[in-house]
Ligand binder design. Structure first.
Ligand SMILES: C[S@@+](CC[C@H](N)C(=O)[O-])C[C@H]1O[C@@H](n2cnc3c(N)ncnc32)[C@H](O)[C@@H]1O
Length: 280
């Protein structure tokens, strides 16, 4: 089995076949969306079909390595430059994943051309392997924010309905999470498409328990790995570009170590917790 909590510098299609069946509890993949940014890695295919054939190859491996009760999240785009989320949905439906939801992350800034609406969204598809038996941690569906006036209808209120929690229930539109701040002087998040750690931590909390394993086949600057370690989960992170791997390692050292120190104790070293090198 691949060592946990290591950034693997490789093509995911070269290493995934060596992973045992059903060995990871959650998969969060943010693959190239094909043609959205100028980076070489986002423009490696001649046609959309070639891109989708490539996606099919790693999605089949993901279906195999995902635990029977596991979930998989795939990030994608919907816009003029790329409508990858639609094609990925149709592809995943055809491969035997079971569709659960399509979450829109509404960004707080935006980008886009002047002759059109400002583009402020990204999508993530949630699929499970078994539609009847999958992990869903009920507590994870509430936000940290206190409910002030109640987000349920007056008719329900009259019928005597009272909310089960004094927290807001999260919806499938996430508008409470800002973009990761870039500081190009700083090595920390030097990537053109970083995903926000709070969104990843939210997904991880909903579908895994402490000590379980999250796989990211396109780790980039390491956001999923940081979110996994901050929530006490293991990660397996694969990234083809060695410079991004170094950035991910640096983030893990800088963003995780202070947290463990602040708590006044180091995490226990077992096969299910962070490996030497990250915390020493
Ligand atoms: C959309 S970015 C991921 C960004 C990441 N979510 C983050 O927060 O930084 C996609 C990444 O996939 C990597 N990549 C492209 N092809 C790959 C492959 N065959 N195997 C592994 N990584 C690959 C790219 O180098 C790029 O960093």
């Amino acid at each position: 089995m691949t060592e946990l909590n290591q950034v693997i510098n490789a093509d995911c299609l070269d290493v995934l076949p060596s992973f045992p069946d059903g060995s990871v509890n959650l998969i969060i993949n943010d693959p190239p969306h094909y043609g959205v940014v100028k980076d070489k890695w986002d423009n490696q295919w001649k046609t959309k079909q070639a891109y989708l054939d490539w996606c099919e190859a790693w999605l089949k491996q993901c279906l195999r390595v995902l635990h029977p009760r596991g979930s998989i999240y795939i990030w994608g785009s919907i816009g003029e430059k790329s409508d990858s989320v639609i094609h990925l949905k149709l592809l995943m439906d055809s491969l035997g994943f079971h569709f659960k939801d399509w979450i829109t992350w509404k960004k707080q800034r935006g980008m886009g051309n002047r002759r059109g609406w400002l583009y402020t969204r990204e999508e993530t598809l949630w699929y499970v392997k078994d539609k009847k038996d999958f992990i869903w941690n009920t507590d994870a569906q509430y936000s940290d924010e206190d409910r002030k006036s109640g987000n349920f209808g007056f008719a329900n209120w009259k019928k005597g309905y009272r909310p089960k929690s004094d927290k807001y229930r999260l919806t499938n539109v996430w508008d409470d999470i800002p973009e990761t701040t870039w500081n190009w002087q700083d090595i920390k998040v030097k990537h053109s498409t970083p995903k926000p750690v709070p969104a990843l931590a939210r997904i991880i909390a909903a579908h895994t328990a402490t000590g379980e394993t999250v796989l990211d086949c396109f780790l980039g600057s390491g956001s999923t790995a940081v979110a996994a370690q901050l929530t006490g989960r293991n990660f397996i992170g694969i990234e083809i570009d060695s410079e991004y791997c170094e950035i991910a390692q640096t983030r893990l050292l800088e963003e995780i170590k202070p947290v463990t120190k602040k708590r006044g104790k180091k995490l226990k070293k077992t096969s299910k917790t962070p490996q030497p090198g990250l915390f020493d």
